[in-house]
Structure formats: structure tokens, C-alpha cells
Write a protein that binds this ligand. Sequence first.
Ligand code: HEM
Length: 360
Amino acid sequence: MASAARTFTRAIARSNLRPVARSSRFAVPAQTLRSAGRRGYSSEANASKSNSGLFWGIGGLVAGGAAYYFYSSGDVKAKVTGPFVPTQEDYQKVYNEIARLLVEKDDYDDGSYGPVLVRLAWHASGTYDKETGTGGSNGATMRFAPESDHGANAGLKIARDFLEPVHEKFPWISYGDLWTLAGVCAIQEMQGPVIPWRPGRQDRDVAACTPDGRLPDASKGQDHIRAIFGRMGFDDREMVALSGAHSLGRAHTDRSGYDGPWDFSPTVFTNEFFRLLVDEKWAWKKWNGPAQYTDSKTKTLMMLPTDLALIKDKEFKKHVDRYAKDSEVFFNEFSEAFVKLLELGVPFKSEDRYVFKTSE
Ligand code: HEM
């Protein structure tokens, strides 16, 4: 996979479709990029400026799913006498461990597990149904069949397995909290916006698995997007913002059947997905796989039918244009929508969200 990633990097280096602002960054793995000069979102002060719509309180103790774990080993040996109540600092340690593993395990796909971690957080959360209050990241029911075997979740075992050593090291964290925190970590470490996060998910058993069909089907159009995301409680603007996560990662023929990345920097969070959607010409790809689009110029990028629906639909297109023009607006609105996504259906005991420091 590493050599495939290098070939891909060389291909994009030759291409004239490179995003101007990022061109010097292509050949460098995402983790190197971070230390090489990311945007300055690592401090809480910056964060509150760039995401003003959110609540930024940094709470003290949190009585989440982990509250009654009795810690007997590891960092907090001194606390064996009482229930272990994790603090923001403890969650930051989990964040740091995920960030460390992202750097260490770079021999995967385009050089990072980051995108597949984002997808895990989204698919764990995106099963929410506001009518019944079922689904969502509370429960982490994707650990079990049948949910783990749902077609939409193909390939996500890779992300769950990646996080298993983190759970072994911090066994007090619930899987629901771990998976969502990993999505936050991956986005921030891939130079995306700050994503405030709070703990409180409790793992549930197989009985809480959601039925198949709650996640979107990429072969469909705008009505389907509105039906799926509307069921979760999102409006048009939020649907478009969330779709911008397709600046990350790629489709795999052995998972969804689709193939290829959406842009030339699949391990860096950008607004490129929107810019390419409006600036490039997209034509049906001629191949034996499922119907997908490819860019007419290089034929190396891809768009799903649901992605193209975002420019075919007038209401969606307004937001695509806004995000293509202004990366900061996209970052802020994505962050707000992603926070909402990760919190759907979770019975939090605290209003306070944490802002994690990114790795240097
Ligand atoms: C209409 C909505 C959506 C559809 C139909 C859709 C569909 C897909 C498909 C088919 C793939 C390829 C999977 C594979 O073959 O590995 C994919 C990948 C991905 N999706 Fe989406 N998606 C949607 C919305 C979202 C949202 C809301 C997010 C996050 C906020 C997201 C994040 C990702 C990421 C990061 C990947 C790359 C995974 C990797 O590289 O392994 N997607 N999506």
C-alpha cells in the first residue's frame, strides 16, 4: 500500500490540477505536514475565535460512561481506592496516543489511517433517527454483527482494529467515546478545524444494533441525501458542510465498489472537494464498476453520484459555492455540524466540551 501511495503522490506531483495553496505539501505525509506548519488552531484561544457558534467551556470532572471504572494499572495508579473519574487531561492522553499511532503507522493507503477513522466516527453516529431516538454513537453497536456487516460499514474493521491498542491502554474509555474522539483527533491532526468534543457515551449490547439502510447510498440523488440526513435532524447547509469530509481519503473497490480519491491531498483536510466540484468537469467513468464520475482533465479523481447531486441541486449548490470560495467559512460550519453529528442521541451529563491540543 505504501508504494501505491508513493505512486499516487508522484502522479499528483506531475498533474496540473494541484490546489495552489497546498502544492508544496503533496509529497509529504500528513503527520509531517502538521509539524511543518499547519494553521494555528492549536490553542484554545484561537479555537474560540474561529468557531464562535459553539460552546467552549472546558469542564472539570466528567461523569461519563467511564465514571465507575476502577483503575488498577497505568498512569493513575494512585487512584485505586475510588472510582476513576477521567478528566480532560486523561482524554487528552487518549488523543495524544491516537495522534502518535497515526504518525507511527503510516504504511497504509495514502500514508494515514486518519480518513478511515473519520469514516468510523461518522458511520457510528450517522445511524441516528430523531423520531425514535435510536442509533447514534452512544452504544458503539458497530462492534457487533449484524451492524458490523452492513454493506456501508465495509472496511471499518480496519479503523476499529487500529484503535484496539488504544482501548487496551485506556480501558476506562467507552468505545463510543473512543471512536468519536478518534474522528476528532484525525481531523485536527490532518490540519482540519478544531472539533470540540465531550465524553458520555456508554457502550450497549447487540440488542441496540440499528437496522441496515440508515446510512446513505452513494448511487442516489438529492432526495435521498435529504431523507437520510433529515432523519438525523440536519438542514441543507449542514448536509453540504458534512459532505466536505470527502476532501479526505478514497473509495476502495473491495469496500464500497467505488474507486479513487476525491482530491490530490487525501490526507489533508481542505475545501478542495468543493473547489474541484465547481471548477472541474466531471464525466461518467468508463469502467466495469458502479456508476461514478471522474474528472475530465486527469481522470485520476472521483466523485460519487451523491457528490454531484450537491451541484445539481440549487439549494445545495449555494453552499458548495460558499465553501469553495472560503475555506474558513467551510472549516467553521463543518466543525459545528460534525460536533452535532457526533453528539446525536447521546445522553450527556455535562454541557462542557473539551478542545484538544494538537500534536506539535
Ligand atoms: C451522501 C452522503 C455520503 C455518502 C453517499 C458517502 C459515501 C462514501 C463512500 C461510498 C465512500 C468510499 C468507501 C470505501 O470504499 O472505502 C466514502 C468514503 C469516505 N467518507 Fe463518505 N459518504 C457520505 C457522507 C460522508 C460524511 C458526512 C462524512 C464525514 C463527515 C464522510 C466521510 C468519508 C471519509 C473520510 C471517507 C474516506 C474513507 C477512507 O479513505 O477509507 N462521508 N463515503
